[in-house]
Design a protein around this ligand. Structure first.
Ligand SMILES: Nc1ncnc2c1ncn2[C@@H]1O[C@H](COP(=O)(O)OP(=O)(O)OP(=O)(O)O)[C@@H](O)[C@H]1O
Length: 256
């Protein structure tokens, strides 16, 4: 077991409200981890604290960088710095350049990763390397057939794959996904679940996701973290979490 991401006593207050309340977790690199909880439980705030969009009012966050052996503290860093350290958040499609092809989108993600500038000459000079790197990422997510298609013309499912490709293009140690199957039909959902599981197993990247669809959560997760009222009320395997009485009451209304 290798810890890739760790929070200790993480807290975020908004006035009197504790949106994230003393959350301590360590995420294992072998696991696909899902974060669930009812509306307002603190999932988005937790993600925002991990990715640097919000500063915590207490506690710490540590990350194992892609090429590093030790955990480094990322608490309070700016989002771009955290991204450079190896934590990438895949937003729901809105960071894709719709007018560009899949391949060009991934090339841009690689350029930002490699500290290359968007200067045309430097892109041209690095062209072969960049193209090979982009192709590798595109193959990882299974978008070879639409590599030269403009993103605006892709299906919803393929756009979500591009979003994952953009994250992978930055060589992350951890990718945070926001509801990766939202808006997908059953076939697309199944393919996305398989893709995330395969990538988690076959790459050095660890996937963490928030998801409302319990079918997806149970199908994809090695481990589930349950937030309620900002507190971590359960942390375990799907079986353990589904058996947890507090989870049944708080999250599933005691019906499960
Ligand atoms: N910027 C903010 N200012 C004040 N309160 C906030 C802010 N952001 C979130 N909150 C509050 O913090 C709590 C947690 O919200 P958060 O969005 O993190 O929950 P969530 O689990 O992501 O919910 P959902 O599933 O509905 O997206 C809620 O009570 C919310 O109203």
């Amino acid at each position: 077991m290798t810890t890739v991401l760790e929070t200790e006593g993480l807290e975020r207050r908004f006035g009197k409200l504790l949106a994230v309340d003393d959350v301590t977790v360590s995420i294992d690199s072998d696991d696909v981890t899902s974060i669930i909880g009812p509306n307002g439980a603190g999932k988005t705030t937790f993600y925002n604290l991990l990715s640097g969009r919000l500063k915590p009012t207490g506690g710490t966050v540590h990350l194992r960088a892609h090429d590093g052996t030790d955990l480094v503290e990322i608490t309070g860093m700016e989002p771009f710095e955290i991204n450079r350290k190896g934590l990438s958040r895949a937003f729901q499609i809105n960071n894709i350049f719709e007018g560009l092809s899949v391949s060009d989108n991934v090339r841009i993600a690689r350029i930002s990763r490699n500290d290359r500038t968007l200067d045309v000459r430097s892109v041209a000079r690095d062209d072969e390397e960049l193209t090979a790197e982009a192709r590798e990422v595109i193959e990882m997510v299974g978008l070879e057939e639409v590599a030269e298609t403009k993103c605006a013309n892709l299906s919803h499912g393929d756009k979500r794959k591009v979003e994952i490709a953009l994250s992978l293009g930055t060589d992350p140690s951890v990718v945070l996904l926001d509801e990766p199957t939202a808006g997908m039909n059953a076939t697309e959902t199944e393919k996305m679940v398989d893709l995330i599981r395969d990538l988690n197993e076959q790459t050095d990247t660890t996937f963490v996701l928030t998801e409302h669809d319990m079918g997806v959560v149970l199908g994809i997760s090695d481990r589930i973290l349950v937030l309620d009222g900002g507190e971590l009320i359960a942390d375990g395997t799907p079986e353990e979490v589904m058996q947890n009485q507090q989870v049944r009451e708080a999250y599933l209304g005691g019906e499960a």
